[in-house]
Design a binder for this molecule. Structure first.
Ligand code: F6P
Length: 546
């Protein structure tokens, strides 16, 4: 971390001390136009961050921080195809996948756009053929179910988006997602499916991920057993960067779709990894999804820092995590179809920012990523919101809500919106001891009873939240939302000087699992080399196993 960044953080820390005693409510009282100043619109999305504890000076200091962190130059380096993922020596160019204008984007001096467009065309032709019934299974039946087999970025993005865009999905064509190596996931997914009408898409950047390859092998056996070995090629497609491994699996070239090492797994939904989604919603809607992201990319590239939505999101993220010390961040979509959005953001944010060293390999002197979590409202209100309101930790929240639903009738949606707005209001306003006491007295309690109960009904308030209000959850809006969070993460990583695009932290567990598998399976009996706890668990397992 440079001295300039350290100094900018120090300035923010001293500023925080100067505003700490001022409540959010007081900030609103002092400035009637606070909402106008601290909200911004980008197309169909309005972001209101007036309920975060920022002032004009905070924003000024945060943009100083962005400049100290060389944010704009780092952003431009990404768009220029430089190898900014240094520990893997790779460019980071998922933005090329939604560059629908086709303007050249270079990696090592070569324009990647022709290959990107050609692969997208191939996916669209495949999706159209399948949707129209021109592409059929080995027995001549139309496909009725697509099963995507993948994990992490090869699952979360398309699974999240397929659920989010359910109203745009083709009727009579189901899309399912299998990720977990737990055989229950595959078994439950295959239940009721007709092998003759099922197409599997094996999605794996590396085509070596043990969960995906294990599930793929099980699915292959399921097809071969029902329809015979020659049918396999008709019932499998694959998306990967490892075409040799795809061929070895027995998938023909016409059902093989590629992407490139400059697309990180958690940023890959825009590539052929989105094939299952494209089949579900059709190539045109998929194009709209890309167009939404492209719109955000253009904005991120060109808007001034103070009017740049993902930049503000990232800077507020740093303000909360690094200056206020809030260690977790809740994403609360008031949109049932965004149920998997927090899970997608979990990988995006936590795999990207979960780092302890800088790009140069030195310890990061500050906290990096927060814990990201969340569930749709209003369900969460009846589960974990208690802690958000009265717990001892402050958890900044993002609320997401559509102005209009896809369903007819406004009764449900009016209630949904009212709840969403009420929650951010309650987090901000809180309730004082005097108010809680008066409330109890109004209900007829004695002064003693009221005094005993009131502390339990106090809300500290001053709890920050940001609200994203969008017209409707359509493909373009979803594309925008995902891209906004992608760039938010970029901003945080750029300022902290860490690599947002590697994920070495997943390696050790994978290696140890590979070593343990023969011990668990009983092919290796000796357990004396294991640590005491693991050895004890293996010994107990051996006794307990049926
Ligand atoms: O969990 C690590 C990881 O490499 C993710 O980054 C990635 O999205 C996932 O595994 C799946 O990898 P692959 O697409 O190569 O199967």
């Amino acid at each position: 971390m440079t001295d300039a960044v350290a100094a900018a953080f120090a300035a923010l820390e001293s500023h925080k001390r100067s505003i700490e005693a001022t409540s959010l409510q007081a900030l609103f009282n002092a400035e009637p136009k606070r909402f106008e100043r601290l909200s911004m619109k980008l197309g169909p999305i309005l972001m209101d961050y007036s309920k975060t504890r920022v002032t004009a000076k905070t924003i000024r200091l945060l943009t100083d921080l962005a400049r100290a962190g060389d944010l704009e130059a780092k952003r431009d380096a990404m768009f220029a195809g430089e190898r900014i993922n240094r520990s893997e020596n790779r460019a980071v160019l998922h933005v090329a996948l939604r560059n629908l204008s086709g303007t050249p984007m270079l990696v090592d001096g070569r324009d990647v756009m022709p290959a990107v467009a050609a692969e997208r065309e191939r996916c669209a032709a495949f999706a159209d053929a399948l949707r129209s019934g021109a592409l059929r299974g080995a027995t001549g039946k139309r496909f009725s179910t697509i099963v995507n087999i993948g994990i992490g970025g090869s699952d979360l993005g398309p699974a999240m988006a397929a659920l989010a865009l359910t109203p745009y999905a083709k009727r009579g064509l189901g899309v399912r997602f299998v990720s977990n190596v737990d055989g229950a996931h595959m078994a439950d997914t295959l239940k009721g499916l007709d092998p003759a009408r099922t197409l599997f898409i094996i999605s794996s950047k590396t085509f070596t991920t043990v969960e995906t390859m294990t599930n793929a092998t099980t699915a292959r056996a399921w097809v071969a057993q029902a329809l015979g070995e020659p049918a396999v090629g008709h019932h499998f497609a694959a998306v990967s960067t490892n075409l040799a491994a795809v061929t070895a699996f027995g998938i023909p070239e016409q059902s093989m779709f590629r992407f490139w090492d400059w697309v990180g797994g958690r940023y890959s939904v825009w590539s052929a990894i989105g094939l299952a989604l494209m089949i579900a919603i059709g190539p045109r809607n998929f194009q709209a999804f890309l167009a939404g992201a492209e719109r955000v990319d253009q904005h991120f590239r060109t808007a001034p820092l103070t009017r740049n939505m993902p930049v503000i999101m990232g800077l507020i993220g740093l303000w909360h995590r690094n200056v206020w010390g809030h260690a977790s961040h809740a994403v609360l979509p008031y949109d049932q179809r965004l149920a998997r959005f927090p899970a997608h953001l979990q990988q995006l944010d936590m795999e990207s920012l979960g780092k302890s060293v800088t790009l140069a390999g030195d310890p990061v002197p500050r906290a990096t990523g927060p814990v990201i979590w969340g569930e749709p409202g209003t369900n969460g209100q009846h589960a974990f919101f208690q802690l958000l309101h009265q717990g001892t930790d402050v958890v900044p929240c993002d609320f997401l809500i559509a102005a209009s639903p896809h369903e007819r009738g406004r009764k449900h949606h009016d209630l949904l919106i009212a709840n969403c707005l009420a929650q951010s209001q309650a987090l901000m306003r809180g309730r004082t001891l005097e108010e809680a006491t008066a409330l109890a007295r109004d209900k007829g309690m004695s002064a003693k009873e009221a005094a005993a109960l009131a502390p339990h009904r106090v809300f500290a308030g001053n709890r920050p939240s940001t609200t994203f209000l969008y017209r409707k959850l359509d493909p373009a809006t979803l594309g925008m939302l995902v891209a906004l969070y992608e760039h938010k993460v970029f901003v945080m990583a750029a300022v902290l000087g860490i690599n947002a695009f590697d994920q070495w932290g997943v390696e050790l567990g994978k290696e140890l699992a590979t070593e343990l598998e023969p011990v668990v399976a009983g092919r290796v009996h000796a357990i004396d080399g294991l640590d005491g706890s693991t050895a004890g668990l293996v010994a107990a397992l051996r006794k307990l196993r049926l």
